[in-house]
Design a protein around this ligand. Structure first.
Ligand code: GLN
Length: 540
């Protein structure tokens, strides 16, 4: 069977959940047993998202093979339970880089290099390469930005051409729009959607499906009107309201018939939708028996998307624990001034100190870790969070006053965290960290090994600094356990404090591998410990 291509565009406004819509559609096809390869086409000039500020752009998501990508790839992985790869993220920067490199090599010798066909051909080639590499039945490609943006035009032109290249039966266009309500009676307005579709048609794309984000339930007349004006069959006008949990979106789409519509339209073999597992997990999410509150201390907490995968991993971890996980976001530098760490951590059942770069707010993080360690509050450190846990232990238990990371101060008296040897010569900032999946050996009988139920694991990484081996002995003498190391023993990958109900930290980013149907063991362990600590406190 020829690979089928679904292209998802967005209209009216940005931030209407196009990524979740794309991911949810992918789930419907995965539930029918198809191999789905998601791709994000991003019109920005950055070659990848690695150099982008999380304040502005949200989290940088890291794939198994070490690509630093847009956070939408996180939605795809979580909803579709697939692993994306470097090819799954195509930015304008990457496309132009390839085209310009080809021009310099002389590949187009004699020709004038132009947006059409050279740039559009490169976009098409990159999309089709993923289909081949991943042996996909269906490719779902989401185009970033909103229809009407100047910069997304080459991408839209490329996907328009793909219909001519590959045929009607192998391509379809899904347009995600907003249907706002206005006035005191919340009157539903279809005009912005109509205009967005006109704009798309101007480019030569007529949508096959409209996903309409709307705050209220759309009456039949509204659906009929959108169908008539936009030339989309009624059953393909899918209304999408806000739900209690994003994981319910695939269920809503399925119940509205989207899975069957898409399968039929693309001539995919009819297969039953196996939604049972998904329905069960959504049911647990919506009806939890317990509740805990976890504080997440970070540097970019004012952007709700900056720690997206951590937030989602905590939600997933609640599912096997039958527990709702509330998150209290704490901006790390507030702990150094206006908010005492003791006060901030009052009524909290567990603490996560998250990833980050640079020195702002690190003393607040270290203080929060000290409190968690001393008060036996479950603690989980992630990447920078682990480095801070090691600094805290070095300073307060090993007596190494002023211990620090070389990332934060130039010549600390005790550089317990220092640059990875392979980073010493690196000058470029893009794609130059220790990135992607690496193996790690866990020490038998440690909490880490018990949680994973294995002694050989792999996790994804994104860092330049590491624990300084000169201090390994000292830390261990004073009771810190190095529970995970790289197979060559060179790098400390995980630490824990045994005389504590749950004090675990990892140099990796386990949040990237957590899935709603497979909560990550470390997050699961943290939530379990938080719940136990809450229940114990209630008995006192
Ligand atoms: N800034 C630290 C490093 O580069 C930690 C990075 C992170 O938390 N992802 O090692």
């Amino acid at each position: 069977m020829a690979t089928k291509y679904i292209f998802v565009t967005g209209g009216v406004v940005s931030g209407i959940g196009k990524g979740v819509a794309t991911a949810s559609l992918g789930r419907l096809l995965r539930n029918r047993g198809f191999t789905v390869a998601p791709i994000k086409l991003d019109p920005y000039i950055n070659v990848d998202a690695g150099t982008m500020n999380p304040f502005q752009h949200g989290e940088v998501f890291v794939t198994e093979d070490g690509a630093e990508t847009d956070l939408d790839l996180g939605h795809y992985e979580r909803f579709m339970d697939v692993n994306c790869s470097k090819g799954s993220s195509v930015t304008a920067g990457k496309v132009y880089k390839n085209v310009i490199e080809a021009e310099r090599r002389g590949d187009y010798l004699g020709g004038t290099v132009q947006v059409i066909p050279h740039v559009t051909n490169e976009i098409k080639a990159l999309v089709q390469k993923v289909a081949i590499e991943q042996e996909a039945d269906v490719v779902i490609a989401e185009i970033g930005g909103t229809v009407g943006d100047i910069e997304s035009l080459p991408f839209l032109e490329a996907i328009r051409q793909m219909r001519t290249d590959l045929g009607y039966e192998n391509t379809m266009y899904v347009h995600v729009t907003m249907v706002p309500t206005v006035g005191p009676w919340h009157e539903v307005k279809t005009k912005p959607t109509q205009h967005s579709v006109y704009k798309l048609r101007e480019i030569g794309i007529a949508p096959d499906v409209l996903v309409c984000r709307c705050e209220v339930v759309m009456e039949t007349e509204v659906i009929e009107k959108i169908s008539l004006f936009c030339g989309v069959p009624k059953e393909a006008v899918i209304q999408s309201q806000n739900l209690d949990t994003v994981y319910e979106v695939p269920l809503m789409y399925e119940d509205l018939g989207l899975g069957d519509f898409v399968s039929k339209r693309l001539g995919l073999e009819h297969r039953p939708d196996q939604m049972e597992e998904w329905r069960k997990l959504v049911h647990t999410l919506k009806n939890p028996s317990n509740e805990v509150t976890i504080a997440v201390v970070g540097k970019y907490t004012s952007n709700g998307d900056a720690y997206k995968s951590i937030a989602e991993a905590l939600v997933h971890a609640g599912i096997p624990n039958d527990c709702k996980v509330n998150v209290k976001w704490i901006e790390s530098d507030t702990l150094e001034g206006e908010l005492s760490p003791e006060y901030a951590l009052k009524d909290i059942d567990g603490l996560v100190v998250g990833p980050g770069f640079g020195g702002r707010g690190i003393e607040g993080k270290i203080e929060a870790i000290r409190i968690a360690r001393e008060s036996e509050m479950p603690f989980f450190g992630i990447c920078l969070g682990m480095q801070m846990a090691v600094i805290e232990y070095a300073r307060n238990i090993c007596g190494l006053a002023g211990a620090n990371s070389e990332e934060m101060v130039q010549h600390p008296p005790y550089p317990v965290i220092h640059l990875l040897p392979e980073q010493k010569e690196v000058t470029d900032k893009g794609a130059s960290m220790r990135l992607g999946s690496y193996p790690c050996n866990l020490v038998h009988d440690t909490l880490s090994a018990k949680l994973y139920g294995a002694t050989r694991i792999t996790e994804r990484h994104r860092h330049r600094y590491e624990v300084n081996n000169d201090f390994r002995e000292k830390l261990q003498e004073q009771g810190m356990i190095i529970s995970g190391v790289s197979p060559d023993y060179r790098l400390v990958e995980m630490v824990e404090v045994p005389a504590h109900p749950f004090f675990v930290a990892t140099q990796a980013h386990p949040e990237f591998k957590s899935r709603p149907n497979r909560a990550h063991p470390l997050f699961q362990g943290l939530v379990k410990a938080a719940l136990e600590s809450k229940q114990k406190a209630a008995l006192k």
